[in-house]
Design a protein around this ligand. Structure first.
Ligand code: NFE
Ligand code: MG
Length: 560
């Protein structure tokens, strides 16, 4: 007998997402992903000054704020053919990398770990054994018996007082939870520590960006971070030393706590390298610009089809015409007028709400496609592109972990594979942050203190696209400028790619496809569905960029 489960909203994500699954014989046989909010910022931008767009679009989201600023400014720079000074590229790169570090720490511990870690089981742990296990994984100084005992006592007081607070309503004691009590205790202790370290990464972004979330230091043609080593300008020796300290601390947390925890937890859940593959076409764009024209990048992008690394086609520049021409967004099953697929420069955002119709329109999310194909975006795509192009660090991390866990590269096509790829990406980003600080200091040391090429918006018609490889994957902002104003603006966001509903050909989006085949042990506690969905770190605010027109708040979890 088949059972229908509706989870609405999915929590521990940004925004409102509804997931429906049909379960047959203990496995998901069909799934629907429905974004339950619409924000209309693309429409608000029409008629505004292209120089201001980056500041508006950051309001798509309070989670991946920086990324929309970067994509937007790149779109205007691409349209007007503006070069970006090296110092500005390095400063942008540091903000991009530290933002990713912050985002991935929060995803692993606060948004997904509790799908795998049984908080209440940590009460049964022996703190001494927990310390021994943690110390065998890394030399992080915080892994002491005293620390684990203190966390356990705190947790005990919460549980005995019936006040689980942030840990309330979890699926504690679920049969799919497999970690021993000591590993659960380690994870809880690090969950709490991670709150401090994600803040340090946000501070690093704010040192350069002026504030976080929502940086304030971009201009078309560079950054507004004045460089003056002698005076108290925005960027001086004291600020550089402070940045170095913060980024060293976040690097150590990622490499000595997050990454070892990830590998340890994955070793108890190897079966989850077999579930959740779904769409195995991947797309990533190059990131970390190292020249003034966005043609040279530290990490390659590319496409992979059917999960086969042999099909890898690199993308080396943001001017790649096949990439620019190949992207469309469809609305056949989305709450917009019509059923057409359009290129983003011709893109339309005309809302038409019908309620949830599983064979009709059922989501505010559009369906992005590349040459008509559904693509998965995110850390697995970027990690595979880096691996395929021989990036030594990524290769070593992936090969070492694969040997340790007894998995192969193909196992990245999975729910646990997405968590793993995020960990690899965080590891790399933590190092890149410090590398770009060194490059910035060296470049300033050569006497180059340029940080912007001042730019005026000319009259005439211009089209541009700004690509960026954000924490959740490939992001692109598309702008049409006419008479010095924005004529059209479309954002095709990582979560739009992954949360997309079926397209006009009935092809499901990645969330939908990845759920098929997932086990569901207890339909009233669909933990396994959450594991797979959380592995993408959904952001519906970004994906759809308005609250439901009636402002309806939907807070029910229905099990039918
Ligand atoms: Ni709002 Fe985002 C990222 C963007 S959405 S979190 O990363 O762009 O997928
Ligand atoms: Mg859009």
């Amino acid at each position: 007998m088949s059972k229908r489960i509706t989870i609405d909203p999915i929590t521990r994500i940004e925004g409102h997402l509804r997931i429906d699954v049909e379960v047959n014989g203990g496995q998901v046989s069909k799934a629907w992903s429905s974004a339950q909010m619409w924000r209309g910022i693309e429409t608000i931008l029409k008629g505004r000054d292209p120089q201001d767009a980056w500041s508006y679009v950051q309001r798509f989201c309070g989670v991946c704020t920086t990324v929309h600023a970067i994509s937007s400014i790149r779109a205007v720079e691409h349209a007007l053919n503006v070069e970006v000074p090296l110092n500005a590229q390095y400063i942008r790169n540091i903000m991009i990398a530290q933002h990713s570090v912050q985002d991935h720490i929060v995803h692993f511990y606060h948004l997904s770990a509790l799908d795998w870690v049984d908080i209440v089981s940590a009460l049964k742990a022996d703190p001494k054994k927990a310390a021994a296990i943690a110390q065998s994984l890394s030399d992080w100084p915080g892994n002491s018996e005293k620390e684990f005992k203190a966390v356990q006592d705190k947790l005990k007081a919460f549980v005995e007082g019936g006040q689980l607070g942030i840990f309330a309503s979890g699926y504690w004691g679920h049969p799919a939870m497999k970690l021993p009590p000591e590993v659960n205790l380690i994870a809880v202790a690090h969950y709490l520590k991670a709150l401090d370290y994600q803040r340090k990464a946000a501070q690093a972004v704010a040192v350069l960006g002026g504030k976080n979330p929502h940086i304030q230091n971009l201009v078309v043609g560079g950054v507004a971070t004045a460089i003056n080593m002698e005076n108290l300008a925005t960027l001086n020796m004291e600020r550089i030393a402070y940045l170095r300290q913060l980024m060293t601390e976040t690097r150590d947390f990622v490499q000595k706590v997050y990454y070892p925890d990830l590998i340890a937890i994955a070793s108890f859940y190897k079966d989850w390298f077999k579930y959740g593959a779904g769409v195995t076409n991947y797309l990533a764009v190059p990131e970390f610009a190292e020249d003034t024209k966005n043609t040279k990048f530290a990490l390659a992008g590319g496409m992979i089809y059917n999960g086969d690394l042999a099909t890898f086609k690199p993308i080396t520049t943001h001017q790649d015409q096949a990439l620019i021409q190949g992207i469309t967004e469809g609305v056949a099953h989305a709450w917009y007028e019509g059923a057409q697929s359009l290129h983003p420069w011709e893109g339309e955002t005309k809302p038409e709400y019908t309620d949830f119709q599983e064979n009709g329109k059922y989501s505010w999310c559009k369906s992005p496609r590349f040459n008509g194909k559904a693509m998965q975006v995110g850390p697995p795509a970027q990690v595979m592109a880096a691996y395929a192009t021989g990036n030594p660090k990524v290769k070593k991390l992936v090969d070492d972990a694969a040997a340790k866990l007894g998995i192969g590269l193909k196992d990245i096509h999975s729910t646990m594979g997405r968590l793993f790829a995020r960990g690899v990406r965080a590891h790399v980003m933590a190092d890149l942050s410090l590398d770009y600080l060194d490059k910035l200091v060296a470049n300033i040391g050569k006497g180059d203190t340029t940080y912007a090429n001042p730019t005026e918006i000319p009259s005439g018609e211009y089209k541009g696209v700004g690509f960026h490889e954000a924490p959740r994957g490939t992001l692109s902002h598309w702008i049409v400028i006419e008479g010095k104003k924005i004529k059209n603006y479309q954002a095709v966001v990582p979560s739009t790619w992954n949360a997309s509903p079926r397209d006009e050909h009935g092809q499901p989006g990645p969330y939908e496809a990845c759920l098929v085949g997932n086990p569901v042990a207890q339909p009233e506690k669909p933990l396994e569905v959450l594991r797979t969905i959380h592995s993408f770190d959904p952001c519906i605010a970004c994906a759809v960029h308005t609250v439901d027109p009636e402002g309806k708040e939907i807070t029910k979890v229905k099990v039918l």
